[in-house]
Design a protein around this ligand. Structure first.
Ligand SMILES: [Zn+2]
Length: 409
């Protein structure tokens, strides 16, 4: 940045030409879409009136205080997330690391002890102490422990039993159910180009990110139709709003700033591996500035925390994924080839996030260094055909993924 604020895209007089046109056919969806655009137009016009020099600001201090409080105390509104408590640990800890806020050793240790109580005696992590193991909180707990990154944190994970749990939810068709007796989650790319939960359903940002990231970990991203996926995901960035929608014909939502924009680093790297020669060495294949404008102008609660869209309330989930998406939009490349595009003041800069695991790249490297020294637990329940792959591949692939922390260029 040279000190002169970049002109905002949403201040441009041609911006309103990007608004939705219903071609005279009004539907429930088109009415909702217009309402959202109107609310965003109001936010932008108020911002214009107050700021002659457009310098959108990340409300760091407010977000920090909101997150710090959440680690110790949650309001009654969070009762419905009683089966997602490791998620709350991850959302808050990851938001704090993106803001480069230190987590005191005592607090980190308390989080480790809490997550240990969420671990099921039969392996895997549950949504809370005494509940059944489930894949989603297992992912959140492992990520949270890796963010803490101490030996105490790593040692919470009972890897042998975790492997038993993973085999217990693996299905003959290659998919996984979320828990014993639960539903299948993420198994296919469909005609739209994105991925859906099960064959025949519509493509969705969350499934698409998780499925694609899983294939990157396995080194099998070439099995996807990458160009179709690229076309699908970039079409999910909203013309007027600048943020992303999760599915075709849905409304913009701050959390897809990560689930959708996070696909672009994965795709950049996958296409690079396939020998694609036209890839930029400076930017991802989406409007990075437009996304930053949406997050900074429309998704911040003035008293801390981020949200879905104007008029919605803040929560830790949206705080985590708005900040994660903002980080992706600010940083291109990896440690070797890095290009920053920070909208607004330099203080808006967040730490980079690892595009596969969505924790900071140093934390991924440190966790891999620790776990790769340990033997792979010798589970006896692996299906014959894949036992060999499972035991030899992940380490090598993970290593490549981490050290190349995305060789996305
Ligand atoms: Zn959302």
């Amino acid at each position: 940045m040279d000190g002169v604020p970049a002109p905002l895209r949403c201040f441009n007089e041609r911006h309103s030409a990007e608004m939705f046109v219903d071609d005279g056919v009004e539907t429930v969806t088109s009415v909702e879409q217009k309402k959202v655009e109107q609310s965003i137009e109001e936010v932008v016009s108020v911002y214009k009136q107050i700021h002659s020099l457009p310098q959108p600001t990340l409300l760091r201090e407010q977000h920090y205080l909101y997150l710090k409080k959440g680690l110790r105390h949650l309001s009654d509104a969070y009762e419905c997330l009683d089966a997602s408590r490791p998620w709350l640990c991850f959302w808050i800890l990851h938001s704090l690391e993106l803001l480069e806020e230190h987590i005191p050793a005592v607090v980190a240790s308390e989080v480790c002890q809490f997550l240990a109580r969420c671990q099921s005696p039969t392996g895997g992590f549950a949504g809370g102490p005494g509940q059944h193991a489930h894949l989603a909180p297992t992912y959140a707990a492992v990520n949270a422990l890796c963010i803490i990154g101490t030996e105490e944190a790593y040692n919470v994970i009972d890897r042998e039993k975790l492997l038993d749990f993973l085999w217990s939810v693996k299905q003959p068709d290659g998919s996984f159910v979320m828990h014993v007796g639960g539903e299948v989650d993420v198994s296919c790319q469909n005609w739209e180009g994105g991925l859906s939960g099960v064959p025949g359903l519509e493509a969705h940002g969350g499934y698409t990110f998780c499925g694609t990231a899983a294939l990157v970990i396995l080194g099998k991203e070439h099995m996807l139709d990458l160009k179709a996926l690229l076309r699908w995901v970039i079409s999910r960035q909203m013309r007027f709003e600048g943020g992303f929608q999760g599915r075709c014909n849905k409304l913009v939502d701050g959390c897809y700033s990560f689930w959708q924009a996070g696909l672009l680093p994965l795709l950049h790297r996958a296409l690079f591996k396939e020998g694609e020669s036209e890839l930029s060495r400076q930017r991802w294949m989406f409007e990075q500035q437009a996304l930053q404008e949406y997050i900074l102008l429309c998704c911040q609660n003035p008293t801390g925390g981020l949200l879905d869209k104007p008029g919605k309330s803040r929560d830790f989930y949206h705080t985590c994924y708005c900040l994660s998406g903002l980080s992706i939009a600010q940083h291109f490349g990896n440690t070797d080839l890095h290009h920053e595009m920070i909208l607004g003041m330099e203080e808006n800069r967040l730490a980079p996030t690892h595009p596969v695991y969505n924790i900071c790249p140093e934390k991924v490297a440190r966790a891999l260094q620790f776990f790769l020294r340990l033997p792979v637990p010798g589970g006896s329940k692996q299906p014959e055909a894949s036992a060999e792959d499972r035991q030899s591949d992940p380490a090598a692939d993970n290593d490549a993924t981490a050290t190349g922390s995305a060789d996305q260029s």
